[in-house]
Design a protein around this ligand. Structure first.
Ligand SMILES: [Zn+2]
Ligand SMILES: [Zn+2]
Length: 337
């Protein structure tokens, strides 16, 4: 990407990256093994820091901020409250921290920001007439209890032997091998599950009654990420159910929950890149999902899987892609009429 891209802001303050959005190299056909290895193990890459960082958070949370599994055999208020308190703190720290960094302290100015429009503070679309306050409300009062509920069910079920049927002592190679495989594919599970649930929520009736709340955020910030209707929270975080079926260890389930909980903060940041110091920049708010918020009718999933491409809804940010989306919408309207 060239720095000239920084100057491509239109009259309304919109900015877009100079290069088209590309899918992860695992989607390339014919296969590109060198590109895949670079993407997996390079820096910044799929493993480090994008997912290993969050795995670190999961492991610290499991080791130091979660009661012993044996004590969670019976549902008791004290340990549920403990888990809920630490979830509130983690989410407030991450989402609030990014909002502070990007939008209050403006540490990056408008560098790689998709729009320069301020968040509405007097709009009937939002509770308290304020986008950020509305988003905080839906995140802290709805998203966090749903996260806690899924976690509590997970630990209680593992503690009682309803999940995770193989004991690490009887077959440690199988147990820990499967543990690592599930950690590696958790982001892909997240991506596929998100696509399917999200596509469902764009069915007219469900969109109007549930998902439109998330789409009140046309211009996004970190707090937009988990600002959803409670029914959408239940659907979105049900990605952990995949781990209930597959996992042998609760950490796999917690990692799956954490990906769903934490990734939206940066992916909705409103900035394409996160600058850390003078030299390092990391992927910020994905242009992929930003275009979904802007145009609604494209990019239902993410760039990890080819699902949008397969179903004809991929928008790579170029004018050609935009024209194709408009044509698709016109054809659909005509078919309905
Ligand atoms: Zn979104
Ligand atoms: Zn949507």
């Amino acid at each position: 990407m060239t720095d000239a891209a920084l100057d491509e802001r239109d009259d309304r303050g919109n900015w877009r990256p100079a290069e088209p959005i590309a899918l992860a190299p695992i989607n390339a056909w014919p296969p590109r093994p060198v590109a895949v290895l670079k993407w997996l193990f390079g820096f910044p890459g799929y493993i480090w820091p994008y997912h290993l960082f969050w795995l670190g958070v999961t492991l610290v949370t499991w080791a130091y901020l979660t009661p012993d599994l044996a004590t969670m055999k019976t549902l008791e208020l004290w340990w549920i409250a403990l888990i809920h308190g630490r979830n509130l703190a983690l989410i407030a720290f991450l989402f609030g921290g990014l909002h502070l960094y990007f939008h209050i302290l403006r540490r990056q100015g408008d560098d790689r920001r998709y729009t320069t429009r301020p968040f509405p503070t007097d709009s009937g679309r939002f509770r308290f007439r304020d986008q950020v306050k509305d988003n905080m409300f839906h995140t802290l009062f709805w998203a966090v209890p749903v996260i806690t509920a899924y976690e509590v069910i997970t630990y209680w079920a593992f503690a009682n032997g309803y999940l995770g049927f193989i004991d690490p002592g009887t077959n440690p190679v199988l147990f820990w091998g499967w543990f690592v495989v599930l950690l590696l594919v958790a982001p892909v599970i997240h991506s596929i599950h998100f696509y399917l649930g999200h596509r469902l929520l764009h069915v007219k009736f469900l969109y109007r009654s549930i998902h439109s709340l998330h789409h009140n955020n046309v211009d996004v910030g970190p707090w937009s990420g988990l600002s959803m209707h409670p029914v959408e929270h239940i659907l979105y975080f049900s990605t952990v159910v995949v781990q209930w079926l597959l996992a042998l260890h609760p950490v796999n389930a917690l990692f799956q929950i954490h990906l769903a909980a934490f990734l939206p903060a940066l992916s909705h940041s409103g900035f394409e890149r996160l600058r850390i110091g003078k030299k390092l920049t990391l992927d910020g708010g994905s242009p992929f999902h930003y275009l979904h918020h802007k145009y609604f009718e494209c990019n239902y999933g993410g760039s990890l899987t080819p699902l949008d491409g397969l179903f004809g809804t991929f928008h790579d940010g170029t004018d050609a892609s935009h024209a194709a989306m408009r044509q698709r919408m016109r054809s659909r309207r005509e078919a309905m009429n």
